[in-house]
Design a protein around this ligand. Sequence first.
Ligand code: 5GP
Length: 212
Amino acid sequence: MASDTLHRRGLMFILSSPSGAGKTTIARRMLEHDAEIRMSVSVTTRPIRPGEVDGADYIFSDQPGFDRMVEEGAFMEWARVFGHCYGTPKAQIKAGLKAGQDFLFDIDWQGTQQLYQKAETDVVRVFLLPPSLSELQRRLTGRGTDSAEVIAARMARAQAEISHWDGYDYVIVNDDIDECFAKVCQILAAERMRRARQTGLIPFVRGLTAGG
Ligand code: 5GP
């Protein structure tokens, strides 16, 4: 058996950043280039944006529906962000990890903390920083999908979000999207090789040492 076909446990790859730091682009590229990682689709109460697909970008819910899921314990974590609720549904993730499926999470620092407390050894935390606040403003304005008020609120929120940079395992300053993507891929590749994740190693090594 080749060592790259050994069974391993999946991981939870968390990508956080203030809005506009490139997280969405990096996440999209990861999903395009790597067949072994899948997006964890969150439930949210915020209104759907143009171009978004219900069930793919988010599962859009009303507040009573979200509250019901909280009561039923259906979330691995949930948080209120920009006045709306966001949560990670538990279903699929637990079984997926066991089967070797990796999940990509686009969640904020609050969700990251909760997931880390619940599943420390499965979690890899990556934070993207913008090269400057003025570049962040330019990127948020350039996107053109949000009102001036929303952009202003997000700029204020960005500084608060950035203050949580030290709750992450890896921090990347995203001043070049290609370089940033390459760094993210390196982190993912290395984390997949952690001994504790490679659950197939024990029988494999036993085979290597048998009769020695
Ligand atoms: P947006 O509304 O722009 O898609 O996302 C707003 C913020 O909510 C982002 O910082 C995003 O990372 C965060 N977010 C999205 N889904 C979840 C989730 O399931 N849990 C938590 N804690 N944050 C989330």
